[in-house]
Write a protein that binds this ligand. Sequence first.
Ligand SMILES: [Fe+2]
Ligand SMILES: [Fe+2]
Length: 470
Amino acid sequence: MSSIDYAEKIPNNVNLQNDRTLQRALEHWQPHFLQWWREMGPSDFEAADVYLRTAISVDAQGWAHYGTLKMPDYRWGIFLADAVSERKIGFGDQMGQPVWQQVPGEYRSTLRRLIVTQGDTEPASVEQQRMLGHSCPSLYDLRNLFQINVEEGRHLWAMVYLLHAYFGRDGREEAEELLARHSGDANKPRILTTFNEPMTDWLSLFCFTYFTDRDGKYQLKSFAESAFDPLSRTCRFMLTEEAHHMFVGETGISRVVKRTLDVMRELGTDDPVRIRAEGAIDLPTIQRYLNYWCSSSLDLFGSEISSNSAANFASGMKGRPDEPTYQDHVLRDAAMTIETPQGAETVPMLNALNEVMRESYLKDCEIGVKRWNRMIERAGQALRLSLPSSRFRRQIGPWAGQPVDTHGKLIAREEYERRLEDWIPTERDRAFVHLLMQRVIEPGRMAAWIAPPERGINNLSVDYQYVHLQ
Ligand SMILES: [Fe+2]
Ligand SMILES: [Fe+2]
């Protein structure tokens, strides 16, 4: 194991030992974090030995260090991607000027809010997923769940580091609050709606990691462009870990689809009743789960027309994902036409950046859908999976609360209410999926509703014992 920082209480590559005040503050927060992990992290698996990847440095050899350990012993650390020398602001009104190593006073409260909102999602998802270990479809999947959970814990550390290091007393108070709000808590909920949705089945987990972790990827990509260099470096490293979470989502849904197609072929039918009787999840039900989690995640990008998005971009705080791939980085003369229920509205491009981001996110979401549809096509089945329109079931922006079908067409409210159960999971769907959630823990065995993965973790076989339960 690397000796670099592991002698330290808090593994890090930010020279924490040279800043005693900061080190003490974080060491004071650490036991609060561990208590939160025990109370709100994966329920009843503290003693399990889990095959986990731990980041011990940011270079190619160090960021994916594998070993077996108990989750409370995971070394949550602070890692920033290497500094880019002479880095300049890449967009907005201050484009070309040196990036900020400290927070400019006038942006302090906005930057703090952006970091807190991002930070809040990390422990929220751990809380949402805390009961899923009891119904894992295999040890391979159980391990992946725990890998995601410990890394979301580390992402919380990443944001708490920024709050402690750059926002003084306010930042320290926010760091405590990040442990005080809880997913779904009636009095102190998490900040964003999607992160308060209950998650009690693995099909939802796979949809969440496909759609909602991908929103995370897009948020991190936009912060990676930030003029506030410590935020940029923090998010660039988080992105390397985040890729695995979306992998779990995409391959998870692929495996569910594959199993369903196998059952359809064996039975020679596409009748959902018969497919369900075999213990597999029919394709229309999978489509309803996709509609639910995709539409929920689309709200995370905010309103189509937003003065906050304009201010955050113009100031340099938050860019577009993949900013260098655009031509115009200032956007003072650009405009975009946004469709609203009242008709088309042309707004300054700066005010439409949430929509720009949502559109590129949806393109990224399409990649997996195409892959699943190729599998379905090869199996000779007629149905195709699809993403709902970005106007469907929105709670934020001009389309919020509008009766819109999955193709984005405004329809009568009465028709919308009636057809909603064709579009998102019904109580019956959820009850059926829950019934399937029986835990399978023999190495290499899979639950009946999901196909095995194509390969194991880190070149190990699929039947490797990824988790030793005590
Ligand atoms: Fe994360
Ligand atoms: Fe994630």
